[in-house]
Design a protein around this ligand. Sequence first.
Ligand code: PLP
Length: 474
Amino acid sequence: MLDALDERANYSLEDMDRNSLFHPLTSIAAHMDKGPAIMDGAKGARLRDHSGNELVDCSGGLWCVNIGYGRPEIAEAAKQAILDLNYWHLFGSASNEATIRLADKVLNLFHEQANARHLKRVFFGTSGSDANDTNYKLVRYYANLRGTPEKRKIISRQGAYHGLTAAAATLTGIPSYHKAWSLPDTGVIHTSCPHYFRFAEDGESEEAFTDRMIAEIAAIIEREGPETIGAFIAEPIMGTGGVLMPPKGYFAKLQLLLDKHDILLIADEVITGFGRLGQWFGTGFYGLKPDIVTLAKGITSAYFPVSASVVSERIWNVLEQASPEYGPVMHGFTYSGHPVGAAVGLANIAILENENMVGNAATVGAYLLDGLKSRLAEHPYVGEVRGAGLMIGVEFTADRAKRTPFHAGSNVHRLVASKAVEHGLMVRALPFIEVVSFSPPLCITKAECDLAVDRFAAAIDDLTPKMSELAKAS
Ligand code: PLP
């Protein structure tokens, strides 16, 4: 017994992690070899790791810490909510004040800030993935209640990320998330990834590329039969796919096509919601008319796990009219509308509003984008620097003129992200194409952006000889 205790006393935190934690989205082999990267603290847009190093956080965690780290107002709001009513639910008409107010606030923001007055009700969950599972089920429920049960397939896109629960993972269009999981066959069809820089044909204009993307969707609808397609799901800007901006005119043309065939649009705003683009929502940024909006991350800036599905009047009306016949909506979770999460969400939105963080995302985002562009524009292995607000991507290429990718497995973007950490900058390497993303807290300052650009450029300079080698092999 004593021996066992002695052994534990000499156990490092790193070893304890290796021997006890099953990490999500982690290579077990690499983890056993290198161990965890433990973070100890954070404030604003700065992180402090377990060795005491300070980093500028241009990841925002997982694109989620919109107001920045360590806000005492949120701690106070959570503490008070826990003392007042640490838990109550929403089943069978049960309710609580904070959740009522958060639903009302979210709708008001969509109505006032995104010209989306047709959005009418908010259903709460706890993650972007479960919200998209809810949406997936809602498409089917709506179809059944309307008497069109066949109209249930969902079109998604290659490169899309919609989460990793069973239905959400099938909506996700990045092959590495599907490999070896034998996901259920859920009636999801993936159309091509509308990323012009990488997937345009030689000499194809952006407008022609858009038309080709839309024609492909139209062809899928014809092939499957419009009576079988219930919804199209899209991130306004594809995040995990590589900060992929829609090509010119894409959403306007898509919306016409969907309207023509009575197909719902699900806007997955898990990243783009709550200010990241320098506007409150991607819905307003691109003038979308979604029937369902997925929210998570920025709704609480990740101080508490909360997600939401916001549904339109046309969906709500069908559900309401069918209610006497179908009975209760038999869907929901223990933590749907958690009062502490809702109080945190309200305090978070108050900070976003009172400190004009959405405006900051627009101005400081433009400053960061310019800084990255002017520093990297001439670099031989940087293909494109793009983004909106504080959602920015840097795409690497083995050949700028031909826009060819590095050969599979060179992982240039991963090398850059790791090197950046050594220089005191946290950014993320993404899993679909060779892109490093920047999604810092919306409170980041221009001075911190200058630091981020310097550190990122230093990481790239260190790796340029290695990139040359890898480019030759590509
Ligand atoms: N949808 C989008 C657009 C996302 O970016 C994410 C997560 O990154 C999700 C859904 C899934 O959210 P969660 O990880 O909270 O389940």
